[in-house]
Structure formats: C-alpha cells, structure tokens
Design a protein. Structure first.
Length: 285
C-alpha cells in the first residue's frame, strides 16, 4: 500500500481517464512547488488567508504560518465571490505582495486564477496556480493552465463526481502538464449544518484511481473554524498528501471567510497535533 492506495483492483462504474489513471504498480506523481515536494511521505501544509487584504495582514499571517510549519503560503488575489458586491480581491497588487512576502519568508505560494486571460499574469508571479471549485469545469481555463507549465492545485467542483474531477484533471495533463494536485474541498449535499459536506472518502478513492497527490481543504469543507482541526486530523488519517487551510491573523476582521479561518495559536496547536497523527500513519509533516 503506497500512501493510501488500495492494492486490490477496485471497480468503479466509469472509465478512469488514461493520463490520470494509476497503472498497476505505478508510483505516485511528485509535484514540485518551489523547493517543496508534494506526494512523498511528508505531508505538506498550505496555509494562509483566504484573500490577500493588506501588507500587514499578509506578512503577519505568512510569518506565523511559516513558524507553525506550513511549507506553502496561500492567498487569493482574484477572488470568486458569490456576491458581486463583496470584496473581489486586490488583483495584481495582491500578487506583488505575495511575491514580496515570498522573498522575505522563502515560502512559495499558490493563488487562484479565475479566467484564461489571467493565466499569463498569475503564472508570472505564482509558484502554483489554483483552479477553484467554481471553475473545475471551465475547460478553456484547464487547457490554458495545462499549457503554462506551472503546478496546478485543482479543487473539486462543489457538484462534481469523482469521475468529473478526474476528467477535469485529465484536461490539464493532456496539455503535457502532469504537475497537478487534486483538492477535495467539500461537496453540496442536503446537509446545511456545515457549509459543505467534506467527502473524506474521496481520498482513498482518488489515491487508488490516480497517481496524482490528493489534498483536503477542511476550511471550505466545513465552513466552521472550530471543526477544522478535527477534519484536518481525519484527513491525515485517511491518507491525504496534504492540507490547505485558511489562517488569518485576525479572523474576526477578515474580509473573506473569517468564520472558517483559524487564528495563529489554533494553527500552531493543530500542526503539533497533526504531527502525532502523521506519525501514527507512518508519515511526517
Ligand atoms: C479558496 O480556496 O479560496 C476558494 C475560493 O475555494 P473553493 O474554490 O474551494 O471554494
Ligand atoms: Mn476562502
């Protein structure tokens, strides 16, 4: 069993697309983001604010997540907001701040690209492109990201099946880019007590069907700050290769997703706890 992949051939009622498919005995793909390797025995944590909001917010949060052991910084400069009247992100100014904070901390960063017209610009700055849930089936965007030769974090569409998720990743690989990380971030179900229903069973399923690394985002997956640590630990236990989590230096003042963002002490404590879970499942963090 390699990092959660099932040894027994599993039967699914669809055809697993050719390039993402894990062939018998095939090693998992390693995805390199700056100096960070994703997909090995070490679990990688991506942390940072939902959105880049200001220099102070980004620098304070980035320094703190680095201290806690995060290896990659997150922060949206272009934000897909449900309401057009809410904060839409700082745009290129946000990308500049991310670049500056990378220079100071050495943390590579991932940031979202929402439109084919932004790919070139975002790729100039970012170490990894994020394609968000709402764009998982934006096929021109997937192709453009596949052509730009930067690693891609592909988030599962909130209404997408595992088959559709894998087909979306296949679009990127088809352009010659196999540096793709799949991220489960919760799906829409009839349940309303959580923002989304975090599908942890997607981890062993995906690990068995594909050679690509699999991440969990417990922040969007629950929408509840207090529940994030429990689901993050569970994600490590079921074999995730990494976690993406929202952390804010002042969650109450966040312009976006503060209610699901950990504060800095919570993040530090969680990283300690995750170390123990990782060790229990034969991994490190
Ligand atoms: C995000 O990670 O900032 C985000 C918007 O997530 P999702 O696309 O999963 O909603
Ligand atoms: Mn968010």
């Amino acid at each position: 069993m390699e990092n959660g992949a099932c040894k027994i051939p599993i039967n699914v009622n669809f055809h697993v697309p050719e390039k993402v498919s894990r062939k018998t005995g095939q090693d998992s793909t390693k995805v390199n983001v700056g100096q960070v390797e994703i997909g090995g025995s070490r679990i990688v944590v991506i942390a940072g604010p939902c959105a880049v909001e200001s220099r102070e917010q980004l620098f304070e949060t980035a320094r703190s997540v680095k201290d806690g052991g995060a290896q990659i910084l997150r922060g949206g400069a272009f934000k897909p907001r449900s309401s057009p009247y809410k904060f839409q992100g700082m745009g290129e100014e946000g990308l500049n701040l991310l670049r500056e904070v990378r220079n100071e901390t050495g943390l590579p960063f991932v940031t979202e690209v929402m439109d084919t017209r932004q790919v070139e610009l975002v790729a100039e700055y970012a170490d990894m492109l994020q394609i968000g849930s709402r764009n998982m089936q934006n096929y021109p965007l997937l192709k453009e990201a596949g052509m730009c030769r930067k690693p891609v974090l592909l988030k599962r569409g909130m209404m997408a099946t595992i088959e559709e998720f894998l087909l979306a990743a296949e679009y990127i690989l088809n352009q010659g880019n196999d540096q793709v990380v799949l991220c489960e971030r919760g799906i829409r179900t009839f349940e309303t007590s959580t923002r989304n229903t975090l599908d942890l069973s997607a981890v062993p399923m995906l690990k068995s069907l594909t050679h690509l690394p699999v991440f969990i985002d417990p922040s969007h997956g629950t929408g509840l700050r207090w529940m994030v640590p429990a689901m993050a630990k569970a994600a490590v236990a079921v074999g995730a290769d990494g976690l993406m989590m929202e952390v804010h230096y002042k969650p109450e003042e966040a312009l976006c997703d503060g209610y699901q963002s950990l504060d800095q002490p919570e993040f530090h404590q969680l990283m300690i706890d995750l170390g123990k879970v990782a060790q229990a499942v034969g991994r490190s963090i």
